[in-house]
Ligand binder design. Structure first.
Ligand SMILES: Nc1ncnc2c1ncn2[C@@H]1O[C@H](COP(=O)(O)OP(=O)(O)OP(=O)(O)O)[C@@H](O)[C@H]1O
Ligand SMILES: [Mg+2]
Length: 367
């Protein structure tokens, strides 16, 4: 069902994205070792990867690094190993169905035990990630298989006492039967963390496939909503759909919520729109507050300027100075860049805008 609000896993619940899906599937078929999926919040990255992996019929494990970070505050190796092991339990049946024998693959790692559908690490054991990746890769090589590790929202790996980009570079160079899929919604943050454009950094020059998940066009948004209604046997009012398409600027996550409230929860059109803005703004605010905390007044002034339609560097700066006092060019540019890096702002032809309508609403109404 298109209007189901959890990340999609089945192709039939997932609208379009044919090109992005074939990109991932081709990379897996060709045995490529590193795939990076970029796209702002709620654009459908997790769904895309899950659907692709189901279609690929490859064994995989997915770790939601954002969730790990929020619950543990730090992405250390022991936590990551623990989450991977938990992931193995979760995906064990799927892996087995595809002929991947986890027990066999993990057998050579000391202090890891597999019993039935349980995987356990001995208390206080320090398992190395390189050992874990290596054993799985060598098992797969022997059996002519490929295993996929997905690190969803991989930019959170930066909150650690070790640098994971070196580890990935090593794995990409040495482990022929493993593919890493990394996703990131703070696009600039992920690129910076991986240092893929830095000639002195470990991942520089490594082949990788990069996939950008973009907003839907107006036509796609309209068609998505229409299909969602039809799937449930309903004939939508086209004017209402037009308004929803206008309101959510091609962000499929918000369109899905609208469809859910309108069709499944049976709210009126206006109520459903309001509900998406109200509920959505809670999600947005919680994250935005953390990002702008180091300089809340200035970030708020910048965002408010842009929300009110001011778009050029110098006009936004003038507005910020009027609201919060003087600021150097360098510092002002840093603040602006950080908002772009986190995906809150989009810079196009030297003009800044807020691409997510719910973010804009939060800036106008809640900051
Ligand atoms: N192509 C699609 N067809 C149908 N529903 C979709 C599609 N893409 C995303 N969705 C829906 O949109 C919402 C957001 O999707 P998803 O969680 O996959 O995005 P994301 O980019 O991983 O978001 P986040 O940044 O919050 O992790 C979910 O409710 C999901 O079911
Ligand atoms: Mg996601």
């Amino acid at each position: 069902m298109l209007f189901d609000v959890v990340p999609k896993e089945r192709r039939e619940d997932f609208y379009d994205r044919d090109e992005e899906l074939s990109g991932i599937l081709e990379a897996l078929r060709l045995g490529e070792r590193l795939v990076i999926v970029y796209g702002v919040r709620r654009i459908g990255k997790s769904s895309l990867v899950k659907v692709a992996l189901r279609e690929s019929k490859l064994p995989y494990v997915l770790v939601d690094v954002r969730e790990l970070y929020y619950s543990e505050n730090m992405v250390t190796i022991p936590y990551l190993v623990k989450y991977l092991i938990d992931g193995f339990k979760k995906y064990m049946k799927w892996c087995e169905k595809l002929g991947f024998n986890l027990r066999d693959a993990l057998k050579r790692i000391r202090k890891v035990h597999v019993k039935g559908y349980e995987v356990e690490i001995e208390p206080k054991a320090r398992i190395s990630l390189t050992a874990l990746f290596s054993e799985i890769s060598s098992w797969c090589r022997k059996h002519g298989m490929r295993f996929v590790f997905v690190f969803d929202e991989a930019q959170y790996l930066r909150f650690s006492n070790i640098r994971y980009d070196g580890l990935f570079a090593w794995a990409v160079d040495n482990l022929s039967n493993i593919t890493f899929i990394l996703t990131g919604s703070e696009v600039g943050v992920l690129r910076e963390f991986l240092r893929i454009d830095d000639a002195r950094a470990p991942l520089y020059g490594r082949y990788r496939r990069e996939i950008y998940v973009d907003r839907f066009s107006r036509d796609q948004s309209m068609d998505f909503l229409r299909q969602g209604f039809r799937e449930l046997g309903l004939q939508p009012d086209m004017d209402e759909l037009g308004e929803a398409v206008e309101a959510f600027n091609g962000l499929v996550g918000w369109l899905t919520y609208y469809g859910y409230y309108r069709v499944i929860r049976k709210l009126s059109h206006k109520e459903a729109l309001n509900k998406v803005f109200e509920e959505g703004s809670k999600l947005v605010l919680e994250e935005l507050i953390k990002v702008i905390a180091p300089s809340k007044k200035r970030y708020t002034a910048i965002l408010k300027a842009i929300a009110h339609g001011i778009t050029s560097w110098s006009d936004i700066k003038a507005y910020t100075i009027a609201k919060t006092g003087s600021i150097t060019d360098k510092r002002f540019t840093e603040l602006l860049k950080k908002l772009v890096k986190y995906g809150y702002l989009l810079k196009e032809d030297n003009r800044y805008k807020i691409p997510d309508p719910i973010v804009k609403y939060v800036v106008m109404e809640k900051l």
